[in-house]
Write a protein that binds this ligand. Structure first.
Ligand code: NOJ
Length: 563
C-alpha cells in the first residue's frame, strides 16, 4: 500500500527525462579535482558467457550464444566462448585480484541454462550450477565484496529459443520470472543488488533486427520492438514478484542495466538537429526507461513508428501498445537505474522515405556522425568522448533515480600486447572525472563499475577486442591473467575515492607505468606472446612495406606503358 503511494507520488513529481535539459549548456570544462561522496561504491564487471567457459560441463544446458558461436561465419575468426577465461574454474584467483584492487562490488551474471538446463524450473534444477554461484557469492562476501548479480546477460536457454522463438514470444515473461524466483530463493539471503536485464537495446536490436548477435534473427522493423515489449514486461513481473514475495525478508533492490550512447546535435542552434538528438536518446534509453519509470513508450517513438507504419499500409503500429493495466503494472518498477555508457555520436535530422522499408534505424529519421579527431583506440564504434557521459547522466533524469554506472570502459585490438595501456588510463581518468562533475551537478550516482575485470569473449568480435583491466593469454590453456597499467591506475582512484589533487593524480600514471613494465617482461617471456609480438612487430610491417613497394612498381609500369 505504502509502496503504491510512493510510486504514485514519484509519478506526480517526475518530469520526463530531458524535458528541462539545457542543450546549449555544454561546458567542456577542465579537469575537476575533488572526491566522490563517502560510501561511493567502486567495482568491476563481467558476464557469464564472456568469461566462464565450461560451456558443456557439470550439467549445463546450451544457451543461444553456445549455438550461435558454433555456427560458421557468425563470430570473428569463428571463435567461441567454450573455454574463454575459464572463469568457472578460476573464480577464486579472480576474487584475489579484486581483493588486491580493494573493490567494493563485483558485477557478474548468472547463466540461466547453467542452473536450468532446459530453461524450465519444472523440468530440472542443476544443483552443480547452483553450487558454483553460491560458492562465488560466499567467497565474495568473505572478501568484503558486494555481489551485484545480473540475471540475464544475453544467454537464453537454447530450448526456449527453439520451442517458442525466444523473446518474440510472450511466454518468456513467465519463464524468466520462474528463473528469477529460483535465484531469489537460493541466493537472495546473500545478494541484495539484482539487475534483471543487461542492455535490452542490444538484445532486441542486435538479436532480432540486425542479427549480429544470437539468436541472429533479422525481423526488421518489428522483431526488435516485440522483443523489447516482452523484456519490459518480464522485468516488471520480476520486480512485482520480488516486491510481494521476497522484499520484506531479503531487503534487496531490483534494477535494470540500460546502455546508451550520448547523442549531441550537430548544430545546437538548429531546432531540427536538437530534436533529432532527442529522438536518438529516446529510441535508445527512453525506449526502456520511459515505460519503466512513466508507464509508456516515449511519445516520439509512438508518433514516428505509428506514422511510418501507416505510410507502409499497415493497419497498426509496429510498436506494440501497453493496455491501461499494463501501463500501471510496468510503471515505477525500478529500485535503481543501472547505466552502461561508452561513447557519443553527433546527430542530425535525416528523412528516410517510406519506400526504404521497415527498420528500427529508419524509424528514427536521423543520421549519426563522428568527429575524426575523437580518439578510438580499440573497437570500431568506441570513440572516447568524456563530456558525453556527463550530458547523458544529466539527461537521464527520470525523477532523479538512484543510479549505478554498471558498465564503462574501453578496448584495444587483440594484437596489442602492451600492458602499459596509456589510452585506458586516459579514458578512465576523463570519464570518471565527468562522472564526478555529474555528481556535483546533483545526479544521484551511487557507484561505478569498470568494464571489465578480464579480457573476454567480445560477442561477434570474438577475442579480437580486449576490454579487460587484466590481459588474458587466451592461447595458453591455463588462461593466465596479467595486470595492465590501468589496474594500478584504477586502484589509485579507488583508494582516493576520486581525484584529490593535481600533484597526486599526476604521480599515478608514472607509478602505473613503472608497475606494468615488469608485467610486460613476464608476458614477453611467454613463447606464444613472443610469437604474437613477432607478428605485430616484424611480419605485419614487412608485408605492408612489400605491398607498398609492389604497388609503386606496378604503378610506374602502367605509367610507362601509357607514355
Ligand atoms: C555491453 C555489453 O553488456 C558487454 O557485454 C560488452 O562487453 C560491452 N558492451 C563492450 O562491448
Amino acid at each position: 500500500m505504502l509502496r503504491t503511494g510512493i510510486r504514485l507520488l514519484a509519478l506526480v513529481l517526475c518530469v520526463s527525462a530531458g524535458g528541462d535539459f539545457d542543450w546549449t549548456k555544454n561546458e567542456k570544462t577542465s579537469f575537476y579535482y575533488g572526491t566522490f561522496p563517502t560510501g561511493f561504491s567502486w567495482g568491476v564487471g563481467s558476464s557469464a558467457y564472456q568469461t566462464e567457459g565450461a560451456w558443456n560441463t557439470d550439467g549445463k544446458g546450451m544457451s543461444i550464444w553456445d549455438v550461435f558461436a558454433h555456427k560458421k561465419g557468425k563470430i570473428s575468426s569463428n571463435e567461441t566462448g567454450d573455454s574463454s577465461c575459464e572463469g568457472y574454474y578460476k573464480f577464486k584467483d579472480d576474487i584475489n585480484l579484486m581483493k588486491e584492487m580493494k573493490l567494493s562490488h563485483y558485477r557478474f551474471s548468472v547463466s540461466w541454462p547453467r542452473i536450468l538446463p532446459s530453461g524450465l524450473r519444472s523440468e530440472h534444477v542443476n544443483e552443480k550450477g547452483i553450487r558454483y554461484y553460491s560458492d562465488l557469492i560466499d567467497l565474495l562476501l568473505d572478501s568484503k565484496i558486494t555481489p551485484v548479480v545480473t540475471l540475464y546477460h544475453w544467454d537464453l536457454p537454447q530450448v526456449l529459443q527453439e520451442k517458442y522463438g525466444g523473446w518474440q514470444n510472450a511466454s518468456m515473461v513467465g519463464y524468466f520470472n520462474e528463473f528469477a524466483n529460483l535465484c531469489f530463493e537460493r541466493f537472495g539471503n546473500r545478494v541484495k543488488h539484482w539487475i534483471t536485464f543487461n542492455n535490452p537495446w542490444s538484445i532486441s536490436v542486435e538479436g532480432y533486427e540486425t542479427g549480429e548477435h544470437a539468436p541472429g534473427l533479422r525481423t526488421r522493423g518489428s522483431g526488435a520492438y516485440k522483443a523489447a515489449h516482452h523484456i519490459i514486461k518480464a522485468h516488471a513481473k520480476v520486480w512485482h514478484t520480488y516486491d510481494m514475495k521476497w522484499r520484506s525478508k531479503q531487503k534487496g533492490l531490483i534494477g535494470i542495466s540500460l546502455t546508451a550512447d550520448w547523442g549531441e546535435p550537430v548544430d545546437v542552434s538548429n531546432q531540427r538537429d536538437v530534436e533529432a538528438a532527442e529522438r536518438y536518446i529516446h529510441f535508445y534509453l527512453g525506449w526502456f526507461a520511459t515505460p519503466l519509470f512513466h508507464g509508456d513508450y516515449p511519445a516520439v517513438m509512438k508518433e514516428y513508428i505509428g506514422r511510418k507504419s501507416g505510410q507502409q499500409g499497415l493497419g497498426a503500429s509496429r510498436l506494440p501498445v501497453f493496455s491501461p493495466q499494463e501501463k500501471s503494472y510496468v510503471r515505477g518498477t525500478v529500485d535503481f537505474l543501472g547505466l552502461g555508457h561508452y561513447t557519443t555520436r553527433y546527430v542530425t535530422q535525416k528523412n528516410y522515405p517510406s519506400g526504404f522499408g521497415d527498420s528500427y534505424f529508419a524509424d528514427r529519421d536521423l543520421a549519426e556522425l563522428v568527429d575524426p579527431k575523437w580518439p578510438d583506440p580499440g573497437s570500431e564504434w568506441l570513440y572516447s568522448v568524456p563530456w558525453g557521459f556527463r550530458r547523458l547522466l544529466n539527461f537521464a533524469q527520470y525523477g532523479n533515480p538512484m543510479i549505478y554506472v554498471t558498465e564503462n570502459g574501453v578496448s584495444e585490438k587483440t594484437l596489442c600486447t602492451d600492458l602499459c595501456d596509456d589510452w585506458r588510463m586516459q579514458y578512465f581518468r576523463e570519464y570518471i572525472n565527468e562522472l564526478l562533475k555529474a555528481v556535483r551537478d546533483g545526479v544521484n550516482v551511487k557507484g561505478y563499475t569498470a568494464w571489465s575485470l578480464l579480457d573476454g569473449f567480445e560477442w561477434d568480435e570474438g577475442f579480437s577486442e580486449r576490454f579487460g583491466l587484466y590481459f588474458v593469454d587466451f592461447r595458453n590453456k591455463n588462461k593466465p591473467r596479467f595486470p595492465k597499467a590501468s589496474v594500478q591506475f584504477y586502484k589509485c582512484i579507488i583508494s582516493s575515492n576520486g581525484f584529490p589533487s593535481q600533484r597526486e593524480v599526476e604521480s599515478w600514471k608514472r607509478k602505473a607505468v613503472e608497475t606494468c613494465s615488469s608485467s610486460n617482461q613476464l608476458l614477453a617471456a611467454d613463447p606464444l606472446i613472443g610469437h604474437m609480438e613477432m607478428v605485430t612487430e616484424i611480419v605485419v610491417p614487412t608485408v605492408c612495406t612489400l605491398c607498398i613497394l609492389l604497388s609503386a612498381v606496378f604503378f610506374m609500369f602502367l605509367l610507362r606503358r601509357r607514355l
